[in-house]
Design a protein around this ligand. Structure first.
Ligand code: CTP
Length: 400
């Protein structure tokens, strides 16, 4: 549960004011601090004392009733809020807002606001459908205001249709997920490059050497990094997974192609996470024709590919480098030596022989190893959860 957000609830006059009282209570119960401004018409429906009691704060309705001589209330309230919610919003208040009218405490505060403003209309179905209201809503959309559309149902005026104030529980839910998203966007302005999947190294036109990686871990990291607000480039070996929304993908096949794609883009990155399973060897010769079978055994000479991560470690300037160590034995020991050899800030180790861990699974059991020798062991988690943990740690390293 997110706590401590400051919500300014602007209540204008319609029968749905009674729901705004329930909304105040639910917002407070969800841990938010609520302050309320009422229009004069709203006070015809419910007394300010109701909102004062539920919010445990003074209720504002008179621009000239300055409760604190040190501040100007409508500016102070506008600055105070993390989010301003107009609920219920009548056709009249929507019209005033769309036209920049500031003739009472509520509209004056709204005009001074820089915080996000959400509007939850409630009115008769025909009023909501009127071209003037529609035009005003459109104008407010263009100004960047968000709307919580009214729901359909029985209206106090006797009509059945669209015009009911959205239920308080739903509004609280929308607000909480808005703040959660804002919180998650902690990689705003950060360039992240992720590698994923296997590489394939051709022997001839019909055969290649590869490994069991599917790309699930790397794709999950790329997706989570986008959710956290980063600009994400995904350099991917062959994978059947859909490219996550908002990710720029560079498809490669061989270790050499991955080396080029990654090093070409390295300078502009803040964070590089190398979850790809890169081939360490490739056939020394790639045949242009299908290799025919012989009676005896076949030997294929293999040569080393470039170690991409090692090269990134050498060229590192300000980037945070995160590597992976897929092991089947001596996991911690090997991970530690890779961390040092490749000049990494963090390495994610896993035992690919363990059930629920490694290639192709939806879960992973990993440990994080850091330069100072510290180790953080995680329980079995979904790859999405592991991705999130990796990014939260990386974010911490970026700040350091
Ligand atoms: N890696 C890389 N280029 C390679 C091989 C590995 O960039 N040619 C990266 C992987 O993406 C991973 C890390 O190095 O982040 C460790 O990869 P891993 O396969 O576990 O280890 P190797 O360094 O290849 O060592 P070994 O095969 O001896 O375990």
């Amino acid at each position: 549960m997110l706590q401590g957000k400051k919500i300014l609830l602007c209540v204008s006059g319609g029968i749905a004011v009674y729901k705004a009282a329930a909304l105040t209570s639910k917002l407070s119960q969800a841990g938010h601090e609520v302050k309320v401004i009422m229009s004069r018409s709203a006070m015809e429906f419910v007394a300010p004392l109701t909102f004062q009691t539920l919010s445990r704060n003074d209720v504002y309705f008179d621009t000239f009733d300055e409760k604190n001589s040190k501040v100007i209330a409508h500016i102070d309230l506008a600055d105070w809020a993390d989010l301003i919610l107009v609920a219920p919003a009548t056709a009249n208040i929507i019209g005033k807002m769309a036209n920049g009218i500031a003739d009472n405490m509520l509209t004056t505060t709204l005009l001074a606001a820089t915080a996000p403003v959400w509007i939850a209309p409630a009115m008769n179905v025909h009023m909501y459908d009127h071209p003037a209201v529609k035009k005003n809503i459109q104008t407010l959309h263009e100004y960047g205001y968000q709307f919580i559309e009214p729901s359909e149902g029985f209206l106090a005026c006797g009509y059945v249709g669209k015009g009911r104030l959205e239920e308080p529980e739903k509004i609280v839910q929308l607000i909480s997920s808005f703040f959660q998203k804002e919180k998650d966007a902690s990689l705003q302005g950060i360039n992240v490059l992720v590698t994923a999947g296997p590489t394939i190294e051709k022997l001839d036109p019909v055969r290649y050497f590869s490994n069991k990686s599917t790309g699930k871990m790397g794709y999950a990291i790329a997706e989570e990094a986008v959710h956290m607000g980063a600009k994400v480039t995904l350099v991917s070996g062959p994978s059947h997974l859909p490219v996550p929304y908002g990710v720029e993908v560079i498809k490669v096949e061989t270790a050499e192609e991955m080396f080029q794609a990654v090093t070409d883009r390295y300078d502009e990155q803040d964070l590089v996470i190398k979850s790809a399973a890169v081939a360490d060897y490739r056939p020394a010769e790639i045949y242009g024709h299908k290799v025919k079978k012989q009676d005896g055994p076949l030997s294929v000479e293999m040569e080393r590919t470039k170690d991409i991560l090692k090269e990134l470690g050498k060229r590192k300037t300000n980037q945070v480098l995160v590597g992976f160590a897929a092991e089947t034995e001596n996991v911690a020991e090997y991970a530690k030596s890779k961390l040092q050899a490749k000049n990494l800030d963090m390495i994610v180790s896993n035992n690919v022989n363990m059930e629920g861990s490694g290639f192709g699974t939806d879960t992973n059991r990993v440990a994080f190893h850091f330069k100072d020798g510290s180790v953080m062991e995680l329980p079995m988690l979904s790859k999405k959860e592991v991705a999130k943990e990796i990014l939260l740690k990386a974010e911490h390293l970026l700040k350091e």
